[in-house]
Write a protein that binds this ligand. Sequence first.
Ligand SMILES: NC(=O)c1ccc[n+]([C@@H]2O[C@H](COP(=O)([O-])OP(=O)(O)OC[C@H]3O[C@@H](n4cnc5c(N)ncnc54)[C@H](O)[C@@H]3O)[C@@H](O)[C@H]2O)c1
Length: 445
Amino acid sequence: MGPISRREFVRLGAGAVAASAAAKSIVLEPTVLAAQAAETGKKIRFVSIGTGIRGCDLLRSAKKVPSGVCVGTADLYNMHRKAGVEAYGSDVPTTKDYRELLDRKDVDAVIVAVADFQHRRVVLDCVAAGKDVYCEKPMSHNVADGLAMVKAVQADKRIFEAGSQRVSNTVYKKAAEIYKSGRLGVVTLIEAHTDRNSPSGAWVYPVAPDANAETIDWTTWLRDAPSRPFDAERFFRWRCFADYGEGVAGDLYVHLLSGMQCVTGINAIPERAYSTGSLTYFKDGRDYPDLLATLYDYPGVTVKVHCNQNNASGDVTIFYGKEATMTINNNTVTVVPQDTRPQPEGYALNGWTAEAKQKYLSDWHASHPQAPAALPLTETFSAPQGYDDTADHLANFFQAVVTRNHVVEDEVFGNNTAIACHMANHSYFHKNVATWDAAAETIKG
Ligand SMILES: NC(=O)c1ccc[n+]([C@@H]2O[C@H](COP(=O)([O-])OP(=O)(O)OC[C@H]3O[C@@H](n4cnc5c(N)ncnc54)[C@H](O)[C@@H]3O)[C@@H](O)[C@H]2O)c1
């Protein structure tokens, strides 16, 4: 291998480190799972309620986590029940009625992956049955749901993990370490977006050919929303409709904001949110815009978020610090130093005479006799190939169920993030600044 050029990155094996003159690249290891491998002890017996898109993914990730075993699943749709069993890959008992699972004494914990408007009922039932809960993001469909869930979880002292897996992601943990070290200097602005440009990215999911009122228990599915005749599009594309989902805020902002909270350590509801946006392309009867952009006032930092369903520019979060810029791009975090070394003024001297300019420059150099120090290295940290942060997040949950120690994303954290998402929608639909009234526990504006 030839000499390493200034901008060349070297990718090394897990845990190894190398440095060139100006840049280094490191492959991180999964954190929670690695720590857990050293532990022995109880296997958590869990059940899964909702085995649709996410429920199946969770079951596939759970298979990688040795401390948990799935002992039952439930879903209201015949094909999703079969898909859940297929996803876990063993003969787990499955039912239409999740209450049968909650009645079982051999069940420690529940993974809840039903649609957002159904979280409240299912979580409250789980808590009432004495089970610990991993509930998918966004924790709540509205402020009242979130507050009810926090109250129930805390009253019954259950372990609760909100399912925004980037809070357990090894890259975000590294970013948090860097942020907390002060290496970025004062950070006044954070910018985050998830942008995609496809029908799937805008939730125009196919309606399965076998979907009908016989194969889906529509009445039970709809019981916490306004009644209407069976509608397969609403079943598969519930994210588009305000009765069931929260648009891009609940689907995607929640990841961006939980990641931001994880890195900065901010666990608070923003003071203000101001949104703009538009519905320009996916005019298919949906309730939500296909572009939403929001400015938030979080304690000490402005956070600018957008999700665009009409341009695929990926998933990026940028922390702008006085000393360095840190960018998380999917499963990689890069820290690029800012050049804040003293230097003589250039631009403003354009209006000076040659004599004045020369005098200024010679004075400046006389008062700065030392050569400037070298800039710190640009550093990149990446997750290993095939890394699955959902497995790490589930591992964190199972561990907490055993130890009764804190999870990384408890009910307060999850609720704070969800409220920020609701504030974004509130501002967009009310065409006003949304503020959080902590005393009244409500969004104003
Ligand atoms: N963390 C992530 O990256 C991520 C990704 C996708 C979805 N999600 C979240 O996961 C949740 C589920 O989303 P999805 O895409 O899998 O939706 P989905 O519609 O594909 O699946 C939800 C399933 O829940 C079932 N269900 C609803 N009520 C039920 C009940 N009372 N009893 C049994 N089953 C019931 C439905 O029949 C359906 O099969 C949502 O909250 C979503 O926001 C999270």
